[in-house]
Write a protein that binds this ligand. Sequence first.
Ligand code: GDP
Ligand code: MG
Length: 179
Amino acid sequence: MQAPKKKVLLKIIILGDTGVGKTSLMNRFVNQKFTATYKATIGADFLTKEVTVNGQRVTMQIWDTAGQERFQSLGVAFYRGADACVLVYDVNQPKSFDDLESWSQELIVQACPQSHETFPFVCLGNKVDKAGPNRAVPKKKAKTWCDSKSMPHFETSAKEATNVDEAFRKVAEIALLQE
Ligand code: GDP
Ligand code: MG
């Protein structure tokens, strides 16, 4: 008889500038919901969702910020033990893309992963539903940056549920490779 695979808990944290859609993406993924009204906080440190990746049951514990990201004052507990990080920018806001470099560095400094060379990041360009053909952050530009860091890249819409499941599944997959 095959031994049951061990249960896995992954701590995932979402980083990016205020307003890019971090809370909305998490809410879409975990609750299949989207609300257009702005809510700075959801009042919880994290939400959990179970997924199956390659036959393995995985509990994703997704940590979101409650607006403190604008002061870069997320506590040690927020970063501690992170298994993967979702970096989010808004495809209509170039500054939010430019800021990803410092968000990724912040993660490395605060979470002190065993190997920062291979720490799993996934990058999401959100709000594609609002983007015209001449979007502010071209897909090619984002891809080039992500490729240079071996980071999977997705363009998403929390509003229209575009690529959200795919992106979070990828997060679980690459986090599991590190186990
Ligand atoms: P956060 O500060 O990064 O957590 O961003 P929120 O999730 O609070 O979203 C900020 C605003 O952008 C809210 O008004 C959301 O309804 C809106 N929003 C989030 N994701 C999307 C999206 O994919 N498309 C559109 N059109 N609006 C979005
Ligand atoms: Mg938020």
